[in-house]
Design a protein around this ligand. Structure first.
Ligand SMILES: *Cc1c(COP(=O)(O)O)cnc(C)c1O
Length: 436
């Protein structure tokens, strides 16, 4: 299977070339050249598969060139945690994709990328250095996903004092091949440093350097697995209607993965794009104009994105036709006040504590039901993070101190290991060259 650029200028590449390139040379994002349907025989009885079996089938469909035994190992090493479907209330389900080591769905993509790379490097007898800038959650998912992955060194740049103590501990306490660089500057400074390093000729000559940000196709594709899995769980509880998938969104990778799940044959009736105040895509669905805006800070901060990078993938999926996109996707923007109300209401009604991102999804699901009263599809909201990651918001919403899960408490108690650097490129360059 080949991967092409959304801008159609760069040549088609293999999956591993797309993974290593990150961004296509024409500035576009890599997408599968075509969507091949899973076989009818498989889809008919897909609910009889385990999560691992379903994961293998989905990824083999995208990457038929990887031998089966190798794909099995990659999937086994990626999906090391359950992805349960929970009934929140009548006809409204949560697909809990947050049971990985950093308690958010980004673990799935980060782990798949790490394991796929380990397989590739072993075959090629190569070494690789990964560099990422993070404002918090991506860094911890990458750190955990790549920890102890053979032949890979990881440098994570984060802005000093601008991430939570928990986020910092999650990426600075692993050690081994994970190197945390605390930058005395902003997240933008970190991004500039990463971009400069990726373009520096001297570094390029000495080390094989790439990044692992969320636009990487290797992080996006495995997310189709859990959307397909949620559908099969629904079948098991004997619901016959095709569901509507509600996806709390920021950069829109998760929603793109849900579209791809339907692209390979999983039966999904409709999609709901749930955003916080950063309503770029819901506004686009309304007006037909894509207008990026400065990021607004909200309680669901992992979705604070004013210029969603995967819009380019969404747009191409619908041949840049807003009417076709509207037919499939409804958009809702949820305020912080509505987010808090939803956390409170769900807690009072069901005893379930929603994290603020998932709460945006549930609130959007309810607005969709109000707007489309004749639609009786089961609604599946992707539950993107564990509430314990956002204790302040939970406290504000329902007055409860939520206990930290054991894995996070352990990280908090370990000593931080980070190298402090200034936003001057020379310092980063010296560190990278010294590692070669
Ligand atoms: C990253 C993230 C999102 C947004 O996902 P996108 O794929 O960027 O749309 C939502 N919720 C949580 C908890 C996240 O970490």
């Amino acid at each position: 299977m080949k991967f092409i650029s959304t801008r159609r200028v760069a040549p088609p590449v293999t999956f591993f070339e797309a993974l290593l390139n990150g961004l296509a040379p024409d500035g576009g994002l890599y997408i599968p050249r075509q969507f091949v349907h899973l076989s009818e025989a498989f889809l008919k009885h897909a609910e009889n598969n385990t999560l691992l079996q379903l994961g293998e089938a989905v990824m083999e469909n995208f990457l038929p060139e990887v031998p089966r035994a190798d794909m099995q190992k990659i999937i086994n090493d990626t999906l090391t945690f359950p992805i349960p479907l929970i009934e929140l209330e009548n006809n409204l389900y949560l697909s809990e994709v947050f049971h990985g080591p950093t308690l958010a769905f980004k673990d799935v993509g980060a782990r798949f990328m790490a394991n796929a790379l380990a397989y590739y490097l072993k075959n090629k007898n190569m070494k690789l250095t990964i560099i990422v800038a993070t404002s918090g959650d991506t860094g911890s998912a990458i750190a955990h996903g790549f920890h102890k992955t053979p032949n890979i060194d990881v440098y994570i740049l984060y802005p000093s004092g601008k991430i939570t103590a928990l986020q910092e501990k999650q990426m600075t306490t692993l050690g081994d091949n994970i190197h945390a660089l605390e930058v005395t500057g902003t997240f933008d400074d970190c991004q500039v440093l990463v971009k400069t390093a990726l373009m520096d000729d001297e570094i390029k000559a000495k080390i094989q350097l790439t990044t692992a940000n969320s636009i990487n196709i290797a992080r996006l594709l495995p997310q189709t697995i859990y959307h397909g899995w949620a559908l099969e769980q629904i079948k098991k509880i004997n619901l016959t209607a095709d569901p509507t998938m509600v996806v709390p969104s920021g950069n829109f990778g998760n929603l793109t993965a849900a579209l791809y799940a339907r692209g390979i044959g999983f039966p999904i009736n409709h999609f709901v794009a749930a955003t916080n105040a950063n309503a770029i895509v819901p506004s686009y669905l309304q007006s037909g104009e894509f207008i990026p805006k400065p990021t607004e800070h909200t309680l669901s901060n992992a979705m604070d994105v004013g210029n969603p990078s995967n819009f380019e993938r969404l747009n191409i999926f619908y041949d840049k036709d807003v009417r076709r996109m509207r037919h499939d996707i409804s958009g809702f923007s949820i305020s912080d006040a509505e987010t808090l109300t939803q956390i409170r209401q769900s807690y009072e009604k069901s005893g379930y504590i929603l994290d603020p991102h998932t709460a945006v999804g549930v609130a959007a699901a309810k607005q969709f039901q109000l707007k489309e009263p004749s639609n009786t599809d089961p609604l599946i909201v992707t539950a993107t993070a564990h509430p314990a990651k956002f204790p302040d918001v939970i406290k504000e919403a329902i007055g409860i101190d939520i206990p930290l899960p054991a894995a996070l408490q352990t990280a908090l108690d370990l000593p931080k290991q980070a190298t402090v650097i200034s936003p001057q490129f020379a310092e980063l360059k010296k560190i990278l060259l010294a590692s070669s």
